[in-house]
Design a protein. Structure first.
Length: 440
């Protein structure tokens, strides 16, 4: 791992010097103005974070270090004979800021394989939970149990220089990412496959090994895992999982604690749990309509009924995007190539034809287009992975790449403890009456 670490050191030192120069010259300049509505409504649109790994554009979707998802599917190295990018390559890109070579990706794959051993006490901690526990509860429990392995926590307790924070964050991040597939597969086999486990295959790449340990032998499923792990990895810094990881990390919590906190956020219904809600909604629609191949007219009526009952159509609408999520498009292209006649996948495409027009006509959302969650479940079900409660765990494994790469950068650039100012409604009322000038 020394090669990647040396490259990261070189990049981060140069970036740190550049940021210091920018702040010295322009640190007092204002970026926009905060509205009262933004303070009360989730800080939407307030620019207050720096995330180097990716940027979300309302029209173009997510860009990783400037590259779009279609570009990355072409440019990132692939497994021998494969058609989808290896997520190790995206991790390299987010860390270093440059497209990796095949040798770079192979080096990361080999490093992750060497570091993938999960201590037995982690499995014992998971086994202490009832089988009825949600897979994300088991997952975060496992991550927390692995915190005993934190190099950062150990070195901090011994006393270390601030200039070394990034190095041990880097080591922890690689170790944690290496172990996530084993942890996820253990949970899947424990909860859904009679506790019968499959040993890792050190010759497989990171994502393919996850599929192998889960028990899926179809090479197309391994291709899907590579795509899934790539497109779910990051979504700039303001989403709940990324922001929470950054926030907790700003208190110098080690990567295990920071990542676990972020994944608790990912488990929320308005974030990563949404992919579970989408497939659940489709299954319920099948049951109500009495068919697994509904027509567009049937889907339209069910959508109207869903909205009339005060519910939302899961998978549609996004806080930032104003067009179809490119991650949805990537999955749709995968479906057209590998499973064009699958009834569930075709239902997803019919929903895509129906829902945006309905939402636009009702003025329900600013963005009526599908996001990444609207499609992922149908692809997984095609291969037999029908246990939709587990989908968020797959999301969490992928998201580890982005949030931990960002945490390495947070430490390398010396970002401080995050501590925004809050106010009370009473103070707001005084300010509106001109009785307090705290914001003026």
């Amino acid at each position: 791992m020394g090669i990647i670490k040396d490259k990261f050191r070189e990049k981060s030192l140069a970036a740190s010097a550049e940021i210091k120069a920018i702040l010295k010259e322009h640190g007092n300049k204002k970026i926009g103005e905060v509205l009262l509505s933004q303070i009360y409504q989730g800080m939407r649109g307030i620019t207050g974070l720096v995330s180097e790994t990716s940027l979300l554009d309302a029209q173009e979707g997510i860009r990783f270090r400037g590259y779009s998802i279609p570009e990355l599917r072409q440019l990132l190295p692939k497994a021998p004979g494969g058609t989808e990018p290896l997520p190790e390559g995206l991790f390299y890109l987010m860390l270093i800021g440059e497209l990796p070579t095949e040798e770079d990706v192979r080096h990361i794959s080999e490093t992750l394989a060497r570091r993938s051993h999960v201590p037995n006490h982690v499995f014992k901690a998971i086994d202490a939970l009832p089988l009825s526990a949600h897979p994300m509860t088991m997952f975060v429990t496992g991550v927390m149990a692995m915190q005993t392995e934190s190099v950062f926590a150990q070195k901090y307790a011994e006393g270390m220089s601030k200039s070394d924070y990034w190095e041990y964050t880097f080591d922890d991040s690689f170790n944690l990412i290496a172990r996530l597939p084993r942890l996820a597969a253990y949970i899947y086999r424990r909860k859904y496959k009679n506790d019968e486990h499959i040993n890792p295959d050190g010759l497989l790449d990171w994502a393919a090994n996850l599929g192998h340990m889960m028990g899926y032998k179809d090479e197309k499923f391994k291709k899907l895992m590579r795509l899934y792990m790539t497109i779910h990895a990051d979504h700039e810094g303001g989403n709940v999982s990324a922001h929470t990881t950054h926030l907790v990390g700003s208190a110098l919590a080690d990567p295990y604690l920071s990542y676990a906190a972020g994944m608790n956020g990912l488990a929320g219904p308005l974030h990563g749990l949404a992919n579970q809600e989408v497939i659940k909604w489709i299954f319920e629609m099948h049951e109500v309509l009495g068919t697994e191949e509904p027509s567009k007219e049937q889907i339209s009526k069910y959508v109207h009924d869903t909205l009339a009952s005060g519910k939302v159509v899961p998978g549609y609408g996004h806080a930032v995007l104003r067009q179809t999520d490119p991650r949805f498009t990537a999955q749709m292209e995968f479906g057209k190539e590998h499973m064009p006649n699958d009834p569930l996948v075709n239902t997803v495409w019919k929903i895509y034809d129906v829902v945006p027009g309905i939402l636009e006509s009702l003025g329900k959302v600013k963005n009526p287009w599908p996001n990444v969650d609207a499609h992922s479940g149908a692809l997984l079900v095609h291969f037999g992975l029908k246990e939709y409660e587990f989908y968020t765990v797959l999301f969490a494994v992928s998201r580890g790449l982005g949030v931990l790469a960002s945490l390495c950068w947070d430490r390398a650039l010396g970002f401080p403890l995050e501590r925004p100012k809050s106010v009370t409604t009473e103070l707001v009322k005084k300010w509106l009456k001109g009785e307090d000038e705290i914001w003026d």
